[in-house]
Ligand binder design. Structure first.
Ligand code: XIL
Length: 391
């Protein structure tokens, strides 16, 4: 049952926070050597992230892996209980929805949207236009294609209209365009940029097109530009900041900017709140869309070349916890920050170990789907922070 009255929520939360240690360690909550994946006593007796976040009106979300959702009971329970918004980790990407040209496969994405409706969760659609995870019939590397520039534009139009229309009325926020800029602030030279240039337009005009087409197909969805490293003040964040103002000036229906929030303890904590604030000051919504905090982890002695989900040192664990708290505090402090989404449930299903060698432990639940101190940190922040209410 979803509890709606704020007072009841507050009372429940107060009782539960008083009854349990403010910050439980992973071993506290695990209790025994053999992890109990069925009972989830801590999770079922403490108010969830989604309940605690109701005080500020913030939606708290997770990326969902549809290979696990519905088949792994413990994973599914966490998704359903803890979060008020869900993002498909992969199943709405072009490669997954149109693996063969002209033949759509919406099955997995439809399953997520239906589950979200059952659980009173909002859906972040991710993502319509991205250089990566394109279907191989279109491009295998994101920068080359056998199609002509005009064909690329026509294919993009069809893709955006068909996908947004399929989910019309069921998507809260769409990541319309993902990662269009390089870290040095220059536009990424992907197949879309190059096609538009070859057609005699500004290469970035594909972005305005995609937003306009998406808006026509679903006028109620909030349309987002989404990227990484916007958290840091620098060439990329400045370029996107200037670019979204051009979109606004041209009347392009952009509603928000998504800050992915893939943080790493080795790079320092970014100037996040100021960057959220300056985009919000443009009249845009902002959101943290893919938060994880990776660090270096201990090698697995049993499997050479593999790693555990344990940070190399206690200091790195402490730094991770500090980063988690600061990301949520930054979002809570900015009234236009409407959602805070973590990129996956457990370390065992995070994308990080596969991409960043020797790093991991990036999420809120460990390899056995037990809550980590980071999870309790976020609960604590939600409960103790006086945040402006967002509608
Ligand atoms: C990642 C997924 O987590 C992986 O499962 C997949 O293999 C590759 O993509 N930025 C994004 C996300 O916008 O879509 C990416 O997700 C992570 C980086």
């Amino acid at each position: 049952m979803r509890i709606r009255q704020p007072l009841l929520v507050a009372a429940l939360a107060a009782a539960a926070l008083a009854a349990t240690p403010a910050v439980a360690t992973a071993s506290d909550v695990r209790g025994t050597d053999a992890p109990d994946r069925s009972a989830h006593s801590v999770l079922s007796t403490q108010p969830s992230l989604r309940i605690l976040a109701q005080r500020s009106g913030l939606k708290v979300g997770t990326a969902v892996n549809m290979d696990l959702y519905g088949s792994d009971a413990a994973y599914t329970r966490i998704v359903d209980q803890q979060f008020s918004t869900v993002t498909p980790e992969n199943v709405m990407k072009w490669q997954l929805v149109e693996p063969t040209q002209g033949t759509y496969d919406w099955a997995a994405a439809d399953r997520l949207v239906a589950a979200a409706r059952d659980n009173q969760q909002l859906v972040r659609g991710h993502t319509l236009v991205w250089h990566s995870q394109l279907p191989s019939w279109l491009s295998t590397d994101g920068t080359t294609t056998t199609f002509t520039p005009q064909q690329v534009r026509d294919l993009l139009h069809k893709h955006v209209v068909d996908e947004v229309s399929h989910f019309r009325g069921q998507i809260w926020q769409w990541d319309v365009v993902n990662e269009a800029f390089n870290d040095d602030g220059t536009p990424r030279q992907d197949i879309f940029y190059k096609a538009y240039q070859a057609l005699g337009m500004n290469g970035l005009d594909y972005i305005a097109d995609a937003f306009r087409w998406a808006h026509q197909a679903d006028p109620h969805a909030l349309l987002f530009y989404n990227d990484y490293n916007l958290e840091f003040t620098g060439a990329k964040s400045n370029a996107v900041y200037a670019f979204v103002q051009q979109l606004q000036a041209a009347g392009v229906p952009i509603a928000g900017v998504g800050f992915q929030g893939h943080l790493d303890t080795q790079y320092g904590f970014p100037d996040l709140q100021n960057n959220l604030q300056r985009f919000a000051a443009l009249g845009l919504k902002v959101a943290l869309t893919e938060v994880d905090v990776r660090t270096f982890v201990q090698p697995d002695p049993a499997k050479p070349g593999s790693y555990t989900d344990v940070p190399l040192t206690p200091a790195l664990q402490a730094t991770q916890e500090s980063y988690w708290k600061q990301t949520l505090q930054a979002c809570l402090a900015v009234r236009s920050c409407i959602s805070y989404t973590v990129w996956g449930v457990a370390d065992s299903n995070s994308w990080i170990p596969g991409v960043f060698a020797g790093e991991g432990a990036a999420l809120l639940f460990d390899d056995n789907l037990q809550p980590k101190p980071q999870y309790q940190d976020l609960r604590q922040v939600l409960w103790t922070t006086r945040a402006p209410h967002r509608g």
